[in-house]
Design a protein around this ligand. Structure first.
Ligand SMILES: Cc1cc2nc3c(=O)[nH]c(=O)nc-3n(C[C@H](O)[C@H](O)[C@H](O)COP(=O)(O)O)c2cc1C
Length: 370
């Protein structure tokens, strides 16, 4: 019944052993920005249990405003990079593939000054109680951030990663530029959608110039933000066609539209999901995501849980997922919390051992289940 999930898929130079992707999940367990042995084991265990492609938790790039939360891993500095190299090797040893998710939080940094003294950076200045808490980025700062993304992507390939994912979702830097409500700029980086996408598109072009054409570049975007589940980035299939067209034209090879429920209708007048529309309109492989294998959608902000009593979820059946895969609605499916709770989720699903899957409880958030 789940056979289609276990068909291999070619993504650039990589042949993924199946269609299951581990969704990027911030774990905030890398003191000093350096992932330890526990993180190596955490990722290796999921690869050993047959996840096709692991997308790592969001990592900070080398810009002083990149991190928004304590203990998020860095993707710069020799110690952190050595740890990431070990993670990539460990995943490969288990037959898996791994992409690193590059994350700059933009103006979300103001929410957590405890992370460090550097200010937040975003598309526009933000003043709170007479104090500037977020600097509006000038062109020099934009160039620095793009350079940081590009260097991280180059390093990812050098360290053995199979792909990179740009975090363009959930209300962080690239998303802040792309959305009208957070980007009120009057220069080339603000205005209509192509101008608001300029930061993301130029970044993709710059990354493409330093990695080979067959090194996959995944772009994640979302129809929600951490502080507003209803915030849409595009309002119609036509807008989605233009939006994805700019990214694909620049060199993105795989799109990862983030939704909280993979099956939810994206636009009025059709029951097609965002992943399905994205696949049809963009022509590149698409990763669907949201509540796969669980009976409740995720409700968190920025890696911090709000109400632990609300986080538990029971195991849900996969018949709708399989039906959508059979219809060719999307190519890959990302699984987040279900894989956080049960590292063996894939092999249990493959063997039809559904009753043995560990449901989601607060434990998976509190501890690294390995
Ligand atoms: C603990 C936790 C941390 C997350 N961190 C990230 C992140 O770093 N980057 C990202 O793009 N999404 C992040 N997400 C969202 C997930 O990638 C995924 O889209 C979401 O959990 C829905 O999938 P699920 O229903 O299978 O869990 C996080 C989700 C959780 C539960």
């Amino acid at each position: 019944m789940t056979a289609r999930l276990f068909e291999p898929l070619r993504l650039g130079a990589a042949t993924l052993r199946n269609r299951v992707v581990m969704a990027p999940m911030t774990r905030r367990r890398s003191p000093g920005g350096v992932p330890g042995d526990n993180m190596v084991e955490y990722y290796a265990r999921r690869a050993a249990s047959e996840v096709g492609l692991i997308i790592t938790e969001g990592v900070s790039i080398q810009h002083e405003g990149s991190a928004g939360y304590a203990n998020v891993p860095d993707f710069f500095g020799s110690e952190a990079l050595r740890a990431w190299e070990r993670i990539a090797r460990a995943v490969h040893r288990e037959g898996g593939h791994v992409a690193v998710q590059l994350w700059h939080v933009g103006n979300a940094r103001r929410a957590n000054p405890a992370v460090g003294p550097a200010p937040g950076y975003g598309p526009c200045e933000i003043v709170q109680d007479g104090k500037t808490v977020v600097l509006g980025m000038d062109h020099a700062e934009i160039a620095k951030v793009q350079q940081a993304y590009t260097e991280a992507a180059r390093l990812a390939r050098e360290l053995g990663f199979d792909a990179v994912e740009l975090h363009g979702a959930h209300g962080y830097l690239l998303d802040q530029f792309m959305r009208e409500e957070t980007n009120r700029r009057e220069d080339d980086y603000g205005g209509d959608m192509p101008s608001r996408m300029r930061l993301a598109v130029e970044t993709v072009l710059q990354i493409r110039a330093v990695v080979p054409r067959d090194f996959p570049l995944i772009f994640r975007f979302s129809q929600w933000k951490s502080d507003n589940y209803e915030a849409k980035i595009v309002d119609s299939p036509q807008e989605l066609r233009d939006f994805t067209g700019h990214l694909v034209h620049a060199g993105v090879d795989c799109l990862h539209p983030s939704t909280r429920r993979f099956w939810a209708a994206a636009f009025d007048g059709s029951d097609k999901s965002l992943a399905q529309w994205t696949r049809e309109l963009s022509g590149v492989p698409v990763i669907a995501v949201g509540s796969v294998g669980l009976d409740k959608a995720h409700a968190l902000t920025g890696g911090k849980q709000r109400d632990m009593s609300q986080v538990s979820a029971n195991v849900a059946d996969l018949s709708l997922l399989m039906q959508k895969m059979e219809e060719g609605a999307f190519d890959l499916v990302a699984v987040g919390r279900a894989l956080m709770a049960d590292p063996q989720w894939v092999i249990k699903v493959k063997a039809g051992r559904f009753s043995e899957i560990t449901p989601l409880t607060a434990r998976a958030y509190d501890e690294l289940v390995v």
